[in-house]
Design a protein around this ligand. Sequence first.
Ligand code: FES
Ligand code: FE2
Length: 436
Amino acid sequence: MTPHLVSSADSSVTPATQRLIRDRVVGQSLPAPFYVDDEFFTLDLDEVFSKRWIFVATEAEIREPGDYVTIDFGTRSVIIARDDDGRIKAHHNVCRHRGARLLTEPSGSTGTIVCTYHSWTYGMDGRLMFAEAQAPGFQKSCYTLRSVHVRSIAGLIFICLAADPPTDIDDVAEIVEPYLAPHRLAEAKVAKQTDLVEDGNWKLTMENNRECYHCAGHPELLNVFFPTWGYSTDDAIPARLEPVFARYRKATAEAREVWDSYGLPHPRIEQLDTRTTGFHIERDAMDLAGESFTLDGTAACTRLLTDMDEKRLGRLSMHLQPNMWLHVTSDHAVLFSAIPLAADKTVVRTTWLVHADAVEGIDYDLDRLTSVWEITNQQDADLVALAQQGIRSPAYEPGPYGPSEFQVEAFVNWYITTLRTNLGIPSIAAPTGQTA
Ligand code: FES
Ligand SMILES: [Fe+2]
């Protein structure tokens, strides 16, 4: 029996859109409207980016009281700041007087937040401190900036705009913190941050990230990143990758000994579409020297992130739905977030972290530290743009995901389940365990 569509709380969701969400075919890429239509773009901002935990920054970016970053997506803008007591706060970037945008820079440092319009002045904790010439009885305490839920997990800052954010972030934090904590990201510093605008829908950016089927397009990265990632059985591995797979097995056996000797957790955990805050975490070996994302695999920074005197830790990698992935090696971390700009435009923000005491030019060369991922990012951006171009054509129809694209399927399944859950659209497929 075909499930009936139910009327959504948001009446702007058309029956045609509801049908597309209801009828998504498992194991295939999405129909074109998901990637090109403004209605889906608005829906993604409202139902995904405003109701799930999203990765926005690192503690390294707001180290001192008064430091802030702003994050904009769609019509939303959020201030993430360190207050005078050293706490991390997040507020809507909207003045409580007549609504003006408060902070317009992407980042900075300030003692107070002063509205440009009529100079209402807020503390970094959001409290209104000054509002000139108000009527008797005006209560400043009634006009604190509207707060946004925020939390740090091992130095990674997440926000959720929902009134009642998904509570399973606590479970996720408990699982991933033991993996991340030894790398001391909360104490690191930013070596570089870049924003790359991709000419594609944010879901294409994420889908591209979730597979290495396309990794032949990354010759620089493949010096150290095993392209066998995503292949789970010997049978599924293409013949061209068999020698690499043999090398990967050897490197993995050696890496496991190193991880175990330092008590570093390394079992792969795959919960990308089986919970509301979907994630994946794993340690994996790297090729050549096995130390870092450089052309020869040797460390790019002599000052290591960890207390361990061990460079050959491979990579710790984490994916979190909907918009984040990261890799941590012994000497640095590289973190990525996707921020939707328009139906066909997405910012990929890349942040490189090194030990707080590492000195550029002495402990690391910035080009060597960043070049592999800068090149790789551009290659990915070109691939995403090609996908967007093809999907715009009336000739496009959804195609099948192969076994090595299982994380792409997990991403799309998580996305579709999120929309169905939030909009009350019945699922034909088996439920995945997500809750609103
Ligand atoms: S709108 Fe901000 S002070 Fe008037
Ligand atoms: Fe890629």
